[in-house]
Structure formats: C-alpha cells, structure tokens
Design a protein around this ligand. Sequence first.
Ligand code: PXP
Length: 241
Amino acid sequence: MELGVNIDHVATIRQARMTNEPEPVYAALLVQEAMADGITIHLREDRRHIQDRDVYQIKEIIKIKLNLEMSLNEEIVNIALDVKPNQATLVPEKRQEITTEGGLDIVKEFDRVSNVTERLKSKGIFVSLFIDPDKEQIDASKKSNTQAVELHTGAYANAKNEKERMFELNRLIDAAKYAKSIGLTVHAGHGLTYENVKPVAAVKEITELNIGHSIIAKSVFVGIKDAVIMMRNLIKEARWK
Ligand code: PXP
C-alpha cells in the first residue's frame, strides 16, 4: 500500500500572508525522508494554495512519485503536459468549495475526460480519476481508458454513526473489488484521518491512499516527518491483519 501525502495546506499557510514561508518543496523533501511513497499537490484554477512554481520545483527536486491533482481546465492541462508529473488525478473543481466535494462525474464529462486522459497518457503520465464509489462511474472510467480510479472516501469519513460508516465502508469495498476486476488500479482518499484510516487501508484491492489534512494538522504539533511515520505505521498495521 502506497501513501501519497497531500501538502497543499503548507502552501495555504504561506498564501495566508503572501510571503515565502513555509515552502511546500521543503515539506516535500521531509515527507520523502519520512519514506512516504508520493507527494500529492492540487494546482487549483484559482491558485489558492499551490502555485505553478511549486509544481515545477517539487517535480525537479523530489525522487518519489509526484501526483498532480487537477481539473479539466485547459490552462491546467497544458501545465501538466509540460511538467509531466508521474501521475495526474483528475478532480472536479468549483471555485466556492472549501475542498474537493464530490467525485468527478465521468458519465457526464465523458468526452472531456477521455480527451484529457489521452493527452496526459501520451506524455507517459499515469492517469487516475477521482470518483464516487459507484459502479456506473467505474464503468465510465474504464471506458475512458484511464489506468486508475481514486475512490472518494468522504462519505465514509463523514458518516454520522457506526451503521452509516459500515454502509459506506462496504460501498468502498465493493467498488474497489469491482474496479480491480475490470482491470483498473484502485486508489482512495479524502477525509482520511489517524482514527478512520485502518478499515480503508485493510482493503487489499486499494493500492494507494492520498491523505492531506489530517497529516498536516498533526505535523503542527509533532513535525511533518513524525506525522507521516505515524500514518505509515497505522497503514502497515491494517495491512498485516
Ligand atoms: N484525494 C483527492 C482527490 C483530493 O482532492 C484530496 C483533497 O485535496 C485528498 C485526496 C486529500 O484529502 P484530505 O486532505 O481530506 O486528506
């Protein structure tokens, strides 16, 4: 199981003062030293946190996987084609949202998604689509020629009670099994924390988790390297069972 650490919040702190600290590239190097498998960053159309310069710097300096989260916006697609991250995760983007809210609707956006996927793949970029754990979305993803899907774990993370949480976990498990059975690589993420990560990490069909908020929040108190190591240990424990 790979862990991709989303460091957008480091850039959010810097942008709060429009200054030059903290630098996301410094965080990326520390995450790499903590033996995470990848760095995830989202270059948003409104540039509210990660800036173009961060993407280029991180791509140049880190040796682990760079996963660029991105919308279908043409300007962003062109930057991705130029930077050539190891992986691109296509996500929906609305300007007013606090974070990415739902999965990308591949059924509705099929032509645009297929077009962007093809262009990214032609540069050797591994493409993943961020979708809700839904069979229709998985089938449309497969048809779009993507290589992977990232299952949205937000409904699981935000469940109001244990019954709802188990229902959402089972949806994730069924979706992961189905996506893998039709030849897709399966990732998952959004809203995962030190408290709720283990049941998702235990799902064998899922091979990558992308986690941001919880790790960066913990790092305020324990430092980013320890925060990453603590998350890695929980994932390892879940996988051993
Ligand atoms: N995966 C995707 C596709 C996301 O958009 C985000 C949030 O940027 C994450 C994972 C990480 O979510 P969180 O910050 O809640 O861990």
